[in-house]
Ligand binder design. Structure first.
Ligand code: FAD
Ligand code: 2HG
Ligand code: ZN
Length: 473
């Protein structure tokens, strides 16, 4: 019996044969969300407990087989699917989806890593709390994947990235040991902070099996406005006013370029987009208020009046009720799907100091337009965090696959050189995966890269955990 068959037998005995998938259509586990790569797994294993995860890791280590941890498989950088070798085990956390404990006095919730984000949000809301992490993929992404990527989303301007929301982790190490660090403490200076090492490590250091996350009181009111602005400069000016007028109430500030919005109206014609085609950019703003809806509305009115007087807002609507608020947010959240329906595209998830974003976009738009005739720029994102999705769609009626094959590296070279000049980051929230390995090597300092390699080697000397992601094999 070869080592792979022996491993499969051990896994079947350990977690049950029906949870070791080797046959049938495994595309949901083997292909990434963007359809950039379609790998081949030796098996997809679906353990149901931390002990079973530990058993899987130990068995794989003993067999010399590497593991790809996977949550909802919604990642953007090809990090959660196997390579093409047919020799890797995909470890899906989807069956580990229970809430372990909600501690109301401590304002924390402890959950299994496979909990779907939306289920977690709903559980918290039903208990009278807010769990603020929010992404368009929340119906399928998992808290383990959110921690693995240190996901951002649309509420970072107020609550921070997933890292800031995490107070403790349980991890199965690359040797199959269990580190129980679910403390829920807000203060704990007892040496190196292991939690922060695992957060954002994209499954390359260990498997996150549970987490203790911060909760917040539910606000009395969450109001949404949708504003038309004449330029990116105006959007930045509006952001400054929003900080001033709403202060900590500002919980969302998203920008959307006109072409990005036109893709939404094209692919989802039932959706009504305010100011469609009328303004260079639109902004979605959210004001969360702990006093009352009236108070929130009055604050929004003062902000929008000031912004119109300054000329940075052309027109705006404020949602009258929850359904309208959801519809406005839905426009923003539909852009990645509209882009996917338009065809394969090149994504740049970048961050730059907010103040420098308008110049960056003007300069880079011009450079790309000059170098790649007909290229279509899909620009939107979390302006409140200085994070743009500065994406590139192939010219209309062109062969997108061929465009990506021939031009992606040249397009990337233009964009990332500008990001570097502007002192920005080549990955604001999606991570590195395998798609940005080369970019990381070009843009991170040799000292930083060497420290990262040292950490990887110390924690996972056999390179069992997600090899070839974040760092080259
Ligand atoms: P996966 O895709 O399954 O995995 C992602 C990475 O984490 C992989 O490297 C994987 O190995 C690792 N991993 C997964 N689970 C674990 C675990 N338990 N332990 C250790 N490592 C693990 N991202 C944002 O940051 N902001 C956004 O606004 C945003 N919007 C999105 C909108 C859409 C429509 C889509 C499709 C994606 C979006 N994303 C966004 C990207 C993606 O949803 C996030 O990266 C998310 O955090 C991934 O979660 P997941 O459970 O799907 O993880
Ligand atoms: C978003 O903010 C996601 O919608 C996806 O991060 C971004 O598809 C993208 O480029
Ligand atoms: Zn995003």
């Amino acid at each position: 019996m070869n080592k792979y068959n022996a491993l499969l037998n051990t896994l079947r005995e350990g977690i049950g044969a029906s949870h070791v998938l080797t046959e049938g259509n495994l595309s949901a586990y083997e292909q990434d969300w963007r359809k950039r790569e379609h790998g081949k797994a030796l098996a997809v294993v679906r353990p149901a407990s931390t002990a079973e995860v530990a058993l899987v890791v130990k068995a794989c280590v003993a067999a010399g087989v590497s593991i790809v941890p996977q949550g909802g498989n919604t990642g953007m950088v090809v990090g959660s699917t196997p390579d093409a070798s047919g020799t890797q085990v995909v470890l899906s956390l989807q069956r580990m989806n229970q809430v372990r404990k909600l501690d109301a006095a401590n304002l924390t919730i402890t959950v299994d890593a496979g909990c779907v984000l939306q289920n977690l949000q709903e559980t918290c809301e039903q208990a009278g709390f807010l769990f603020p992490l929010s992404l368009a993929s929340e119906g399928s992404c998992t808290i383990g994947g959110n921690l693995g990527t240190n996901a951002g989303g649309t509420q970072v301007v107020r609550y921070g990235n997933t890292r800031e929301l995490c107070l403790g982790l349980e991890v199965v190490t690359a040797q199959g040991e269990v580190w129980e660090g679910l403390t829920g403490l807000r203060k704990d200076n007892t040496g190196y902070d292991l939690r922060h090492l695992f957060i954002g490590s994209e499954g390359t250091l260990g498997v996150i099996t549970a987490a203790t996350m911060r909760l917040y009181p539910l606000p009395a009111s969450q109001l949404t406005a949708f504003a038309a602005v004449p330029s990116l400069e105006a959007a930045v000016q509006l952001l400054g006013l929003a900080h001033k007028y709403l202060s900590a109430g500002l919980t969302g500030f998203e920008v959307m370029g006109q072409f990005a919005l036109s893709l939404v109206t094209k692919h989802f014609p039932q959706m009504r987009v305010p100011f469609a085609g009328e303004a260079a950019y639109c902004v979605v703003l959210e004001n969360s208020d702990h006093e009352s809806e009236d108070h929130a509305r009055a604050q929004f009115e003062r902000l929008l009046e000031a912004a119109m007087a300054d000329g940075c807002v052309l027109d705006a609507v404020v949602a009258e009720n929850l359904a309208q608020a959801r519809a406005l947010w839905h426009i923003r959240e539909s852009i990645p799907l509209a882009q996917a329906q338009e065809g394969l595209n090149i994504k740049h998830d970048i961050s730059i100091a907010v103040s420098r974003i308008p110049d960056f976009v003007r300069e880079t738009d011009a450079a790309l337009g000059a170098a790649f005739a007909g290229v279509r720029l899909v620009n939107y994102g979390h302006l409140g965090d200085g994070n743009l999705h500065y994406n590139v769609q192939a010219p209309v009626d062109s062969d997108a696959e061929a465009f990506l094959k021939n031009q992606e590296k040249h397009v990337n070279a233009v964009v990332y050189a500008a990001v570097q000049r502007y002192g920005g980051s080549i990955s604001a929230e999606h991570g590195i995966g395998s798609l940005k390995l080369g970019k990381l090597e070009q843009h991170k300092s040799p000292v930083a890269l060497q420290l990262m390699r040292s950490i990887k080697t110390a924690i996972d000397p056999q390179n069992t955990m997600n090899p070839g992601r974040v760092l080259r094999r």
